[in-house]
Design a protein around this ligand. Structure first.
Ligand code: NAD
Ligand code: MG
Length: 342
């Protein structure tokens, strides 16, 4: 069954024009949602914790800032744009005590609702507008008159207007200009985790590192290995992004295409796919979520060690040196915290 996609004509802006929105957090997504809503004429406040370093930034952008609890109490729609690992605590301390029947509790990623970490009362609408791109793109495309495609999902519909309010919100941040895809909290959460673990981050980085190590261990210069296994990834990904795999194949040489078609399946094998299915199973069963929550509660010992090992990999040293010779690369760099959007 093809997915439903909503555009501007499906959104009724009146459903947000009469409401006040609190954006909790002023990070990657928070600043983009808050500023886009404001420029769309929506009554928006930013909720931050006492002493937040973002307060001055949000105020100098012309936004009203309140403490988290006060912002929740003052708003009809509460969009939670805090780090996923912090959301439960903030919900327990500052959000839950200030909710009232008929308000909307909104998210940009389904983790805490889907895995039952946050359990809102039944008289609250719970929905998601998840932009499929980092915050700076949500902001920039809006300023340019466009938007970033979003996902919409409803977990609780106490008012029987949750989907329509969500679409009005999506329109106000620019999402319906690009298309808003109908999904569920379960599908968004599980596919998002799967994508980042298996393909976008986990899979890709291991592919790069193993390719680099193979060349260097065979005696090739680290600089050559870096260009072939990391730098050029972007050129290929851009071609795939713009025109699909066929267009990428059209642009590369026949030699490269023949190598792709015959050698690719020897690198990523049926064993790899079997492992992908296992990883998906761990996501679906909640095992991954349980592990990640416990890791955070224990002070992140494994995460910190693995992060340091990744930083210390030789490809990072040679890469830093080479990129210093290509200043145009870092000039275009923006903080991209979550490539897949969640
Ligand atoms: P972020 O880390 O960029 O920003 C989080 C904000 O919350 C910051 O302003 C931070 O100062 C504040 N904060 C941190 N801890 C806090 C606490 N304990 N109490 C109050 N405030 C606190 O986060 P983000 O990347 O914008 O992610 C927000 C949500 O959007 C998450 O649910 C994420 O999954 C989702 N999302 C992110 C992206 C992305 O590309 N970054 C894309 C789609 C959806
Ligand atoms: Mg993601």
């Amino acid at each position: 069954m093809p997915a439903t996609v909503y555009y501007d004509d499906a959104a009724n802006s009146a459903l947000i024009a009469d409401k006040r929105v609190a954006i909790l957090g002023y990070g990657s997504q928070g600043h983009a949602h808050a500023l886009n809503l404001k420029e769309s004429g929506v009554d928006v406040i930013v909720g931050l914790r006492e002493g937040s370093s973002s307060k001055a930034k949000a105020e100098s952008a012309g936004l009203t800032v309140m403490n988290t609890g006060a912002a929740v109490a003052a708003a009809d729609i509460i969009m939670v744009l805090l780090p996923d690992t912090e959301q439960k605590k903030v919900y327990d301390d500052d959000i839950a005590p200030n909710l009232a029947a008929g308000k909307s509790l909104a998210f940009a990623h389904g983790f805490n609702i889907h895995f039952g970490r946050i359990k809102p009362p039944a008289d609250i609408d719970v929905w998601m507008i998840a932009p499929k791109g980092p915050g700076h793109l949500v902001r920039r495309t809006y300023e340019e008159g466009g938007g970033v495609p979003c996902l919409v999902a409803v977990a609780q519909d106490a008012t029987s207007k949750a989907k329509d309010v969500a679409l009005a919100y999506a329109q106000a941040i620019g999402g319906t200009r690009a298309g808003v895809l109908d999904t569920t909290f379960q599908e968004e959460t599980e596919t998002d985790l799967f994508g980042e673990q298996v393909v976008l981050c986990g899979g890709l980085v291991e592919l790069i590192k193993n390719g680099y190590e193979t060349l260097v261990e065979a005696g090739y210069q680290p600089e050559s290995a870096y260009f072939e296994t990391l730098h050029e990834v972007k050129l290929i990904v851009d071609l795939i992004y713009e025109g699909g795999i066929t267009a990428m194949h059209y642009s590369i040489s026949d030699t490269a295409e023949y190598g792709d078609l015959t050698r690719g399946p020897r690198v990523v094998t049926q064993d790899t796919k079997a492992e992908m299915k296992k990883i998906l199973g761990e996501i679906q069963s909640g095992e991954f979520a349980k592990e990640w929550v416990a890791e955070n509660e224990n002070g992140r010992p494994n995460f910190n060690r693995l992060r340091q090992e990744a930083i210390d990999h030789p490809i990072e040293k040679v890469g830093a040196e080479l990129r210093a010779m290509m200043p145009w690369i870092s000039a275009g760099r923006k903080r991209v915290q979550d490539v897949s959007g969640g």
